[in-house]
Write a protein that binds this ligand. Structure first.
Ligand SMILES: Cc1cc2nc3c(=O)[nH]c(=O)nc-3n(C[C@H](O)[C@H](O)[C@H](O)COP(=O)(O)O)c2cc1C
Ligand code: SF4
Length: 449
């Protein structure tokens, strides 16, 4: 281990992380309908902290109830949420793991809106082309309210003892809806040329700095290439790498401490998370979305109808390409050459030698990992023990992703377990142990802190 770049600390301007493997956001419906949190989320995050990652970036945490994408996601939209996030941060910190809250707003991209706000907000009033989620074009006043909601979310994260925040500026959510040349069709100062499309996120960054000061870690996840026409060839391509590199430089100037490189103008997207596609499995949970979007019923029928489903699967795989591990590295490298702040890269990482090469070769400073850590929570410990790849690696089957609308988050690839029962038992561990209000270590000591 000595001399191994994987285990060298990563020093950001306001934060040091013990190694170069960071848990990327993985959302699951663990919490209460109203956005209050519960013990399952604490248990979930502890799995990764215990497994040795340097930091955890939370799942999608809405800064406003209208910005949530599914009910049962813990929010950070009001001060009453602070004690819950403090609970999660404290639990994670017990394992010398840093805790970064992903400040998010879904805009028009909302799988299940819930009862409070049937329509989403966006830079546009056009429904998204794939599912047909309807939305309202944001007014200047709504933009300012949302900028303030992000800043208030950052303040709450800081008060909760989190080590930093990440702006969810990728994967098709509200910030992408402003940045994207394919989605943003405004004619005011928030639309048109790149400077205008970037105005919303830059205002968020400046407002956050006003609210939390200059010494709190702030990073931005961005889809550097949008591939907006990956599934619907008649759509525009959206932002390309050169546009995003420019945005990253502006973000750095405005006070962002790190850039996290992702891709795709929607979520999921053939390139994110890059893996297999299985329409039969998708149809099992997509039915919950039928009433959410104008085109969702059409999609559901297509997923269940041969040969439409096979056509969709082929198109998905063609758009994905052959590379999974390190799929975003070329983009990360271009960003790294253009900014001075550290660059994180997401996408398929689970091989120590590949990660080492990505870092020492100058493509990024650290990697973020989602599915391979669902499959092997102890990935970092396996690397430390000398494994180049886990004995039972993540197969990128994406069954975890297709399950998540309805079922608990976990690894659903039965081939990785000795039986289906064993797989289900592992998935259910997120509901154990410890009653709400106790950290894992505290409960092991009879409730004493
Ligand atoms: C079930 C699931 C939920 C996810 N939720 C989020 C999320 O809330 N926010 C986010 O930025 N990315 C989310 N992602 C994307 C991951 O953070 C990651 O960027 C992507 O899966 C590629 O990394 P991987 O190949 O290591 O899985 C999610 C991925 C999966 C599989
Ligand atoms: S279900 Fe398991 S093996 Fe398949 S992508 Fe998810 S974590 Fe990997």
């Amino acid at each position: 281990m000595p001399g191994d770049v994987l285990f060298e600390p990563l020093v950001f301007r306001n934060l040091t992380v013990k190694n170069r493997i960071i848990r990327s956001s993985i959302s699951g419906r663990f919490d209460n309908y109203d956005g209050s949190g519960n013990q399952a989320r604490v248990n979930w995050e502890l799995k990764f902290a215990r497994g040795g990652v340097g930091a955890i970036i939370t799942s999608f945490v809405p800064v406003h109830l209208r910005g949530r994408i599914l009910p049962n996601y813990a929010t950070i939209d009001r001060d009453e949420r602070i004690p819950f996030w403090r609970e999660v941060a404290n639990a994670v910190h017990e394992y010398d793991c840093r805790f970064i809250i992903q400040l998010s707003h879904g805009g028009r991209q909302r799988d299940i809106p819930g009862i409070e706000y049937p329509k989403g907000l966006s830079s546009t009033d056009k429904p998204d082309p794939l599912h047909g989620f309807e939305c309202e074009r944001m007014t200047g006043e709504q933009i300012q309210e949302t900028v303030k909601a992000f800043a208030a979310g950052a303040r709450r994260a800081r008060e909760a003892g989190a080590d930093g925040v990440e702006l969810h500026g990728s994967n098709g959510y509200l910030i992408t809806q402003f940045l994207s040349s394919a989605i943003n069709d405004r004619h005011d100062e928030y639309g048109g040329k790149l400077e205008n499309r970037a105005r919303f996120v830059l205002e968020i960054v400046r407002e956050i700095r006003k609210e939390v000061g200059d010494d709190f870690h702030l990073q931005m996840k961005i889809s550097t290439t949008e591939y907006n026409n990956a599934l619907l060839p008649w759509e525009e391509e959206g932002n390309k790498l050169g546009d995003s590199v420019r945005v990253c430089q502006w973000l750095e100037q405005a006070g962002v401490d790190a850039i996290h490189v992702s891709s795709g103008s929607s979520f999921p997207h053939p390139r994110n998370p890059a893996g297999d596609v299985n329409t039969e499995e998708m149809a099992k949970t997509y039915d919950t979305m039928i009433s959410s979007g104008e085109r969702a019923y059409r999609n559901y029928v297509a997923f269940r109808t041969w040969p439409l489903n096979k056509f969709f699967e082929k198109q998905w795989l063609d758009a994905r390409g052959d590379v999974i591990e390190g799929i975003n590295l070329p983009d990360a490298r271009a960003v790294k050459q253009a900014v001075r702040v550290p660059v994180l890269c997401t996408g398929g990482f689970q091989t120590a030698s590949v990660i080492r090469q990505a870092i020492s070769g100058g493509s990024c400073d650290a990697v973020t990992v989602a599915r391979p850590l669902i499959a092997n929570h102890d990935l970092v410990q396996l690397f430390a023990a000398g494994h180049d790849r886990p004995p039972k690696p993540c197969s990128y089957c994406n069954l975890c992703l297709f399950s998540v609308l309805e079922n608990p988050l976990g690894c659903y690839d039965e081939r990785r377990f000795t039986s289906r029962d064993e797989m289900i038992a592992e998935i259910m561990t997120v509901f154990q142990p410890a009653p709400f209000g106790q950290t894992e270590k505290a409960s092991a000591h009879g409730g004493e802190q």
